[in-house]
Ligand binder design. Structure first.
Ligand code: SF4
Length: 459
């Protein structure tokens, strides 16, 4: 009974968030930066911020997360962090030799008003940036936006600093990956490969945050989008952004800078969103959708059909980020489930526009995004009328325990279960994986609590 004080009665709150369904901007910026090969993220602020961001990512991926910090003291908090950052850039290139340092700001450096461009220029003038190496930055004040905003800002900064248009156009489609697991990115790249479409994904955490354990520590694992590929992305013939909140700004930047047209679609979670992704890629890369993928789709539909009686009408509560919640909700509705409570701590026009359409036939559904859409509110809704299944990150485990509700872990962070970075949730195979977890969780509970005479061998 960890959350035993939660009451069913909601009180209108205007200035209080309890157990927010989000985390802070720099975590997203740090995660995005790790998707570029040879990149060392750097947190311009106090050590505490950097330690928190690194540990949040380390706990989720169970991998070492390397990043620098400007280590603000009382002095830098008053007079600004220029001296610390210039020194840090010099030390990092000397000791750790990255290809690029990706600096993100923090609440403190933003409040001081540090001019990042001026500081990086000063480091260059002082000879702290070796020839052929780069330092880029993005602003990530965490008192606005969330980890989703930070991710978007860093991806956009990479486009701004590296994408270059030349007269030599390439028959390649840029895939801008929204916030997802390395396994999801690997699955999307596999789908593109099966279609024989030439694609360039960025950022790309495969081979970085799912790197094999081979007994040798590598500061910069072999994966990630290279800076050379990022430069070439400006010559691609089209860009597909996967997830409006995390990729649209980068797509617009690419179009403005390199005149590469774009389309932003949902992350391919569930069969409808996967259909849209494959059709978009087929159209823009001018390649057919092969039978192999039609068969994968058919297998998913077969699995849905086999599971239909366990799914029909089941009430689900979910929380996370708009880019994943929207296609996930659509997937649940398409299987005749009832996503009745949905919260995201990230304020999103995309969420606000899409959810009423997807949930139009479920009048009892409650959904909310922004600062007041917190886990406490979701728990109050569940107290008012229970659900059959919870889907979200580890912060929901306390609700799952108190309410004895089946729980499928999905999103960020997942700090209490390993393996999520190896098994995709995207594509048809990922949807089958997710569906199996949902059915297993609900049937496990049934087997555990049902009367003895109702325990069945065949279900
Ligand atoms: S002070 Fe700001 S940047 Fe630092 S951990 Fe807290 S919210 Fe994040």
């Amino acid at each position: 009974m960890l959350l035993r004080h939660t009451t069913a009665k909601e009180i209108d709150r205007k200035a209080l968030t309890i157990n927010p369904a989000k985390t802070c901007q720099p975590i997203g910026a740090m995660y995005a930066a790790l998707g570029f090969h040879g990149c060392l993220p750097h947190s311009h602020g106090s050590q505490g911020c950097c330690a928190y961001h690194r540990s949040a990512l380390s706990r989720h991926f169970r991998e070492p997360i390397m990043a620098g910090t400007s280590s603000f003291s009382e002095g830098s908090s008053v007079f600004g962090g220029q001296a610390n950052l210039v020194q840090a850039i010099d030390t990092m290139f000397t000791v750790y030799n990255p290809e690029v340092i990706a600096v993100h700001t923090t609440c403190l450096s933003e409040t001081i008003g540090d001019d990042m461009l001026a500081i990086i220029s000063k480091a260059d003038e002082d000879g702290c940036i070796p020839k052929g190496k780069s330092v880029i930055y993005c602003n990530t004040p965490s008192y606005v936006g969330t980890h989703v905003t930070g991710y978007s800002n860093m991806v956009t900064s990479f486009v701004k600093n590296f994408a270059t248009a030349t007269p030599k156009k390439r028959n390649v489609i840029n895939l801008v990956a929204g916030w997802m697991e390395p396994s999801d990115m690997a699955e999307i790249k596999r789908l593109a490969k099966v279609m024989e479409a030439r694609t360039l994904m960025f950022p790309d955490m495969t081979g970085v945050l799912d790197a094999p354990l081979d007994g040798h520590y590598k500061m910069y694992p072999k994966g990630g989008t290279t800076l050379e590929e990022m430069k070439l992305s400006g010559d691609s013939k089209f860009t597909i952004g996967l997830g409006p909140m995390t990729t649209e700004a980068a797509c617009i930047q690419m179009d403005n800078k390199c005149k590469v047209k774009f389309e932003v679609i949902d992350i391919p979670i569930g069969f409808k969103a996967t259909d849209r992704f494959l059709m978009s890629l087929s159209r823009h890369a001018n390649v057919p959708i092969p039978e192999e993928l039609s068969d994968e789709r058919g297998q998913l539909i077969d699995l849905i059909s086999d599971s239909a009686r366990h799914l029909y009408g089941k009430r689900v509560a979910l929380w996370g980020d708009p880019d994943t919640l929207v296609p996930l909700t659509e997937f649940l509705v398409s299987m005749d489930m009832k996503p009745v409570y949905i919260v995201s701590g990230t304020a999103s026009k995309y969420f606000d526009e899409k959810m009423p359409v997807i949930l139009k036939d479920i009048p009892e559904a409650k959904f909310m995004c922004g600062e007041r859409a917190d886990m406490f509110r979701m728990h109050q809704w569940i107290k008012q009328e229970g659900v059959d299944l919870l889907i979200g990150n580890t912060y929901g485990k306390y609700i799952a325990r108190d309410e004895d509700t089946p729980f499928v872990r999905f999103g960020f962070p997942i700090a209490d279960r390993p393996g999520h970075n190896y098994f995709p949730k995207t594509g048809y195979k990922g949807a089958a994986n997710l569906l199996t977890q949902m059915v297993d969780a609900m049937l496990d509970k049934f087997d555990r609590v049902c009367d003895e005479e109702k325990v069945e061998f065949q279900m």
